[in-house]
Design a binder for this molecule. Structure first.
Ligand SMILES: [Zn+2]
Length: 267
């Protein structure tokens, strides 16, 4: 089995996780910038985090034979402080030429507030000006549908944005169709409890098809499973999906989306 982990917060994971992923057939891991579990107090905290994502974590991943890529932003959870968010957005261009940077993400909405939307639009503007791919986080539970609609509308209003260069992540049964019908890619996040289980993800693949769709573990500092993607591949096999079909879902699809940036090159 070979697979790409397109969304994993590896700075939170152990070396055992890296070993297990490499042994399971992981070809590379892509790490979006994320909330640390606490609010950073200054732009300097983000500067250090971006150094970690673009220099130190790739070096750690390389010890396990795994290429490491990253996405940069200030997470929506920290977007209420618009002044801080603007300061962080201002330093991102310094990092965009680092060899492992895929684009801007994971941006989006958390509570669907006015400030979050303002900061989201600033990130989209940054991505458009620098011709970057975009990875989007959608809110949890009851805020998800409204937040996804707000995000899709904001992106459609910006004529510079090409939907095929945007992936909207954490889709569920009530948001996947809106995302795919609007021309975007959709990501399904495999969590043991919230978001989406393996069974639900495979149901969605069976209903909505295998185009512009990927799966990720989003493994972070909370309850999450770094091997969620290969585990789901085993579930797909049990359900009778062919090896070629599984390979498309867990390897070829993420490869196709990510190859839109010239910086993504698998060895
Ligand atoms: Zn994430």
């Amino acid at each position: 089995m070979r697979y790409i982990e397109p969304h994993g917060h590896m700075v939170s994971r152990t070396t055992d996780d890296y070993t297990a992923m490499a042994m399971a057939g992981c070809a590379c891991v892509c790490e979006p910038a994320f909330w640390a579990g606490f609010d950073r107090s200054s732009v300097d905290g983000f500067y250090d985090y971006f150094c970690q994502l673009t220099e130190h974590e790739p070096a750690r991943a390389a010890k396990f034979g795994l290429p490491h890529y990253t996405w940069l932003c200030i997470n929506p959870k920290e977007a209420e402080d618009v002044k801080l968010a603007e300061e962080v957005i201002d330093i991102i261009p310094k990092f965009l030429d680092k060899p492992n940077v895929l684009g801007i993400g994971e941006i989006g909405l958390n509570k669907n507030s006015r400030n979050e939307l303002r900061v989201f639009e600033k990130h989209v503007d940054l991505a458009a000006k620098h011709d970057q791919l975009i990875l989007i986080h959608t809110p949890h539970l009851e805020d998800k549908l409204k937040g996804t609609r707000l995000i899709v509308d904001a992106l459609k209003n910006d004529k510079r944005i090409k939907p095929e260069r945007v992936i909207i992540d954490h889709v569920e049964e009530h948001t996947i169709k809106l995302v795919l019908d609007s021309g975007f890619w959709a990501g399904m996040t495999l969590y043991p409890e919230s978001k989406c289980t393996s069974a639900r993800a495979i149901d969605m693949i069976d209903i909505y098809g295998d185009e512009r769709l990927w799966m990720n573990s989003a493994c972070d500092w909370g309850v999450s499973v770094p091997l969620a993607v290969p585990r789901t591949a085993l579930e797909m096999k049990k359900r009778g999906h062919s090896a070629d079909f599984i390979d498309k879902m867990i390897y070829q699809n993420p490869l196709k989306f990510l190859s839109q940036t010239p910086r993504f090159k698998l060895p």
